[in-house]
Ligand binder design. Structure first.
Ligand code: S3P
Length: 432
């Protein structure tokens, strides 16, 4: 599959984006550990979340799909899963493998997990090491630090874990293992990462304490199935927010998007760069803030993105580099070495692809410097099988003269089924 995109005029539109990927994964997993049904509306039917469903089906959780955006998860309680007869395959999903490892570590059975070529390159030691310390038996390639992995779980002992990285996947894996530990598990991280696991566990009845620097979870709770409404994914909204912000005179509203403060770094950055952003119709659903995001475009200027802001926009950095290319002056991104171990090495890959459009980019060990302001020229680009790279380059195509072609865009279905249609409706310029 490929996308062809032409330079866009002003955007004046109101759109919705699919449900949040992180919250959809957690609804599957926590629903599977809860007692009774969890009805999940606006569920993201993207390939990653379907991988989570597939894995938990193999462990006996039941799922039904009453309509296109709704699933009902029937769990049998914390100890209701059973030994899977086959390998658990997470596809491309880092969230599935890492969070599920935390759950598998506490199960009285044996399991094996694997994923696609990208998953088999991504670091798992950051999760398996603390789980080994809690008493799970885990082995795999490179001393248990790469998938495929084999897990023999059991009753765990609580630990105090100081995570070296600000990663919600690591934090969540240990929180979920903590459900199966005798006593209280404590997790600290260098900067606060997204806290959807904590919020959903509290909503379903777990005893969880969230402090500014740490999270404490008590083992052995009873989780009760409840309705979950998944907010629109701000990481998906970000592509269109950047497009509207970078085209002066544009006005875009994205309806009912998740506004959890651990995820709203993109709003702060676009405001710093000169876009006007307002929030309308604020609300709260299952412990998560939501609202409509209204973005008005203008001439953007470069900015610096670093420190505790990084985990609040880690998945938006590829599209932020596109905003940076369109902005006057220099944008510096640092403290973002985590980008090298995402679905692709997003520092190297975005540098290669932006250069094709004539953008001056230097790579840093932990980020990049983008010289903005030059005019972008359409080119033939590659997705590198990374959904966020593919969509970021499509946005770049809206800002570039002539035509931009993005090859291998099938990966977009990982997080944003319907992206091409939304893009086409917005600008009348994209074709699959
Ligand atoms: C996610 C956490 C982040 C993010 C990923 C989803 C989650 O990964 O990049 O897309 O749902 O917990 P890290 O925990 O590796 O930072």
């Amino acid at each position: 599959m490929k996308l062809q995109v032409r330079k866009a005029g002003k955007i004046n539109s109101e759109i919705s984006v699919p449900g949040d990927k992180s919250i959809s994964h957690r609804a599957v997993m926590l629903g599977a550990l809860a007692q009774g049904p969890t009805t999940v509306t606006n569920f993201l039917m993207g390939a990653d979340c379907l991988s989570s469903i597939d894995c938990f089906k193999k462990m006996g959780a039941e799922f039904s799909r009453p309509d296109n955006n709704t699933i009902i998860v029937k769990g049998n309680g914390l100890y209701g899963l059973r030994e899977p007869q086959d390998v658990l395959d997470v596809g491309n999903s880092g969230t599935t493998i890492r969070l599920m490892l935390g759950i598998l570590a506490g199960q009285p059975f044996f399991s094996t997990v694997t994923g696609d070529a990208s998953i088999c390159k991504r670091p798992m030691g950051r999760v398996t090491e603390p789980l080994l310390e809690m008493g799970a038996v885990i082995d795999g390639r490179q001393n248990g630090s790469l998938a495929p992995l084999a897990v023999r779980g059991g009753v765990l002992k609580p630990i105090k874990f100081n995570s070296p990285v600000a990663s919600a996947q690591v934090k969540s894996a240990i929180i979920l293992a903590g459900l199966y530990a005798r006593g209280q598990t404590e997790i600290c991280e260098p900067h606060k990462s997204r806290d959807h696991t904590e919020r959903m566990l509290a909503y379903l009845g777990a005893e969880i304490e969230v402090n500014p620097g740490d999270v404490k979870i008590k083992g052995g709770p009873t989780l009760s199935g409840k309705p979950v409404e998944v907010p629109g994914d701000i990481s998906s909204a970000a592509f269109f927010m950047v497009a509207a912000a970078a085209i002066p005179g544009s006005r875009l509203i994205v309806k009912r998007v998740g506004l959890n403060p651990t995820r709203t770094g993109i709003i702060d950055v676009l405001k710093n760069m000169g876009a006007e952003i307002t929030i309308l119709n604020e609300d709260e659903v299952n412990g998560e803030p939501v609202g409509d995001i209204c973005v008005c475009g203008s001439e953007l200027k470069g900015t610096v993105i670093e420190g505790s802001l990084i985990p609040r926009l880690i998945d938006e950095i590829p599209v932020i580099t596109v905003a940076a290319a369109a902005a006057a002056g220099e944008t510096v991104i640092r403290d973002a070495a985590e980008l090298k171990v995402k679905e692709s090495n997003r520092i190297a890959v975005m540098a290669v692809e932006l250069r094709k459009l004539g953008v001056n980019v230097s790579e840093l060990e932990d980020g990049m410097i983008v010289q903005g302001g030059g005019s972008l020229k359409g080119a033939v680009c590659e997705s590198h099988d990374d959904h966020r790279v593919a969509m970021s380059m499509a946005v770049a195509g809206l800002l570039a003269t002539g035509e931009t072609v993005i090859k291998n865009t099938g990966c977009i279905g990982i997080s944003f089924p319907g992206f091409a249609e939304t893009l086409a409706g917005l600008t009348d310029s994209a074709n699959i």
